[in-house]
Design a protein around this ligand. Structure first.
Ligand code: AMP
Ligand code: GLY
Length: 407
């Protein structure tokens, strides 16, 4: 098939890489230098409809949330073009935390206790309902993972209300393991991908400010089959049924002592979760995407996954997440790729003969191993071969899994 991938980050590079490996012809709009290096065709710009027509594709899949919220799926369908993703109306599940929390309450989907407020004054008053610290303050709109503050003192909580307000969700702090649970949905049914674990904060030990995600791992043991079935039944299927949801539904879960609770919904694949998912996937992703583009088309379909766990370590630019610096020359990607790692590119740009940094999260270095420990060693070995001025990465990606399974 000829498939268009909308987007140009690490997630889209991973999707393109998987589809290319499955023998499809891949276009990406706008794409990135990594996608081109792996054999895809980048179509610059942001006119996705024109790109789909120009490349005469059979199917389009959307990576990031922004085009979804802007209605790209509605637009393609109105033109009779096949696309995988949610409508703009359903993208509100990610675009508005207020909408999303209300949806969860209305649908009976388990989530943290919360208050919705629309002014800083109400927000400061609402803090009284959450006397236990820490307390979580979330901005209403899209914030690339950076609109959430976990306040450890009353003063921090008040500051967070002032800085993130006026439209806010304030909620109780939940404890447990965080899991990214993503399913592909066809408007009627859903098929779960393997659960993955992201690493949200910039520094080791889950410290420092939140980012878009600094690394992930995908290992068949993250949830038991029973736990996965329970999440499908209590979280994903009720949402799909109520919204006739199509595309990827991503539930950010906290596995609490009282069962899984939803921290957030996203309406797309995760980044960097997708890098580890695509690396471990062992079936034709294009065929599943095509099935998902028809109502009920996923019935009878299944994913298959390689046994070996995969790990992705994000290398970020100097200054990320506050003020990432651009223009630093990147070297060593070929060397890393010879070590059986796949280097997914995100914030990169070709400048003459040089590949340079051009965004916060620059690369997602991804590798597998027969054990999670081997996968971690292999990934960091590849990371050590890559350099650019100011490069930062966490040293503890996957460590939580090692601890949990006493590897
Ligand atoms: P969100 O964008 O809502 O997923 O929040 C970003 C990150 O903040 C999550 O991945 C969690 O690590 C953390 N977080 C959000 N809400 C809570 C909560 N209620 N309790 C504990 N941690 C949370
Ligand atoms: N890695 C988290 C996200 O994609 O939202």
């Amino acid at each position: 098939m000829k498939i268009l991938v909308i987007g140009g980050g690490g997630r889209e590079h991973a999707i393109a890489w998987r589809l290319l490996a499955n023998g499809h012809t891949v276009f990406a709009c706008p794409g990135n230098p990594g996608i081109t290096a792996h054999g895809g065709t980048s179509i610059p710009g942001s006119d996705h409809l024109a790109a789909a027509r120009e490349a005469d594709v059979d199917l389009t899949v959307v990576g990031p949330e922004a085009p979804l919220v802007a209605g790209v799926v509605d637009q393609f369908r109105a033109e009779g073009l096949r696309i995988v993703g949610p409508t703009a109306a359903n993208a509100q599940l990610e675009a508005s935390k207020m909408y999303s929390k209300q949806f969860m309450v209305d649908t009976g989907i388990p989530t943290a206790r919360f208050a919705r407020v629309e002014s800083v004054e109400d927000g400061l008053r609402a803090l009284d309902q959450f006397p236990e610290l820490p307390v979580v303050i979330k901005a209403d709109g899209l914030a690339a993972g950076k609109g959430v503050i976990i306040a450890h003192t009353a003063e921090e909580a008040r500051d967070a209300v002032r800085s993130l307000g006026p439209k806010l969700v304030i909620e109780e702090f939940l404890t447990g393991e965080e899991v990214s649970f993503i399913a592909i949905c066809d408007g009627k049914g859903a098929l779960a991908l393997e659960p993955t674990q992201d690493h949200k904060t910039i520094f080791d030990g889950d410290t420092g400010p939140n980012t878009g995600g600094m690394g992930s791992y995908c290992d068949g043991r993250i949830l038991t089959p029973e736990q996965s079935a329970a999440v499908l039944r209590t979280v994903i299927e009720p949402a799909v049924a109520r919204l006739h949801f199509t595309g990827f539904l991503y539930a950010g879960l906290m596995m609490t002592a009282a069962g899984p609770k939803v921290l957030e919904f996203n309406v797309r694949l995760g980044d960097p979760e997708t890098q580890t998912l695509m690396h471990r996937m062992d079936c034709d992703f294009g065929e599943i995407l095509l099935a998902a583009s028809e109502p009920g088309g996923l019935a009878g379909k299944s994913f298959s996954w390689k046994a070996d766990p995969s790990v992705c370590v994000v290398m970020s630019a100097a200054g990320y997440p506050a003020t990432p610096r651009s223009g630093d020359v990147i070297t060593g990607i070929e060397d890393a790729s010879e070590q059986q790692a796949v280097v997914f590119q995100a914030g990169t740009k070709q400048q003459g003969d040089d590949l340079v940094t051009a965004g916060g999260r620059v690369l997602g270095v991804t590798a597998a191993g027969t054990t999670l420990r081997d996968a971690i060693v292999n990934t960091y070995d590849a990371v050590s071969r890559i350099s650019f001025a100011g490069a930062h990465y966490r040293r503890d990606i996957g460590a939580k899994g090692l601890k949990r399974w006493k590897e």
